[in-house]
Design a binder for this molecule. Structure first.
Ligand code: SF4
Ligand code: SF4
Length: 82
């Protein structure tokens, strides 16, 4: 499952550089996660790095992008192959 950023985001910018897939970017009002690039950090880390650093805990799983661990691994492999 990709993760998403809710409107509780305070635009602190600490998550963006932590994302190994460059899936996080500043949106028009708050930061956004590209579900095509977010692997929940599968392939890189054991835990989602953005969730680890977010001070307001506003990065839940995105119910619109449900994916299994296998699907996340396949996404990771596609991303590293370019
Ligand atoms: S869970 Fe990992 S891949 Fe997904 S947005 Fe957060 S840091 Fe990036
Ligand atoms: S770490 Fe959390 S509050 Fe900060 S920009 Fe990222 S999502 Fe927003």
């Amino acid at each position: 499952m990709a993760l998403m950023i809710t409107d509780e985001c305070i635009n602190c910018d600490v998550c963006e550089p932590e994302c190994p897939n460059e899936a996080i970017s500043p949106g028009e009002e708050i930061y956004e996660i590209d579900p095509g690039k977010c692997t929940e950090c599968v392939g890189h880390y054991d835990t989602p790095q953005c969730v680890e650093v977010c001070p307001v805990d506003c990065i839940p799983k995105d119910p619109d992008h449900v994916e299994s661990e296998d699907q996340l691994m396949q996404k990771y492999q596609k991303l590293v192959q370019g």
